[in-house]
Design a protein around this ligand. Structure first.
Ligand SMILES: Cc1cc2nc3c(=O)[nH]c(=O)nc-3n(C[C@H](O)[C@H](O)[C@H](O)COP(=O)(O)O)c2cc1C
Length: 205
């Protein structure tokens, strides 16, 4: 198991895994959220192939910038695909937060849609570039609440709905990207994705 780049302070409640390219927008966002103060370990997916692989063995929410310039096949950065296509990492994903640039129109934050669909986890939040102070506040509070209330370790029977539609941004500070009825869902307190469910026989990310 890899070490977090920033370790949880006080009571450890969960983890965030993020990727950021050389432009470091997502890194700036994550660092300025001070998630360690909410009891979250922060792990970073390595940028370069020669860097040691990241192995995470605890429930986490992944935070990912979108790439590909509108090509869905390239929206999820290859480093993130590699990380998530390792079943040992993938079994612990519990949600996704995506970033992007609104200049890309319909492809804005498309990586979140793809990961949510492939890994069967909620698309919890999106933000642009390095985010705003409000984004930081919402993500910090929303993740703290999510990990505090969700029973992340309890397996649920196959086929049981584990999430509810929740498009009220004020509820958790977590919201869906699009105002349509696409199946982007937020987690209800006390409900969780079954450990291992995200790995089953899903397609690669
Ligand atoms: C080549 C390239 C392609 C991009 N494609 C998209 C895209 O399809 N959708 C989107 O929302 N943002 C896109 N972006 C914007 C990035 O997601 C955004 O700049 C993000 O903050 C980068 O995060 P990072 O600096 O942590 O890597 C693209 C950026 C670049 C440089």
């Amino acid at each position: 198991m890899s070490e977090p780049i920033v370790a949880a302070k006080g009571k450890h409640v969960g983890a965030v895994v993020f990727f950021s390219s050389a432009s470091r927008n997502t890194e700036r966002f994550i660092i300025s959220c001070h998630l360690e103060d909410e009891g979250l370990n922060v792990y970073r997916i390595p940028l370069k192939p020669r860097d040691p692989a990241l192995d995470v063995r605890e429930p986490y929410v992944i935070v990912v910038p979108t790439y590909g310039g509108g090509n869905p096949k390239k929206a999820v950065p290859p480093q993130v695909r590699k990380f998530l296509n390792d079943p040992d990492n993938r079994q612990y994903i519990r949600g996704v937060i995506a970033s992007g640039n609104t200049n890309f129109g319909d492809a804005f934050c498309a990586a979140g849609d793809i990961i949510a669909a492939k890994c069967h986890v909620p698309f919890m939040y999106y933000f642009e570039l390095m985010g705003t102070p409000e984004d930081r506040r919402k993500v910090r509070a929303g993740l703290a609440d999510f990990f505090a209330k969700a029973d992340l370790q309890t397996p649920q029977p196959t086929g049981t709905p584990t999430r509810v539609i929740n498009r009220t941004p004020a509820t958790l500070g977590l919201l869906s990207k699009t105002p349509t009825d696409v199946p982007i869902r937020a987690v209800q307190a006390g409900q969780a994705v079954q450990a291992g469910q995200a790995t089953s026989t899903q397609d690669g990310v």
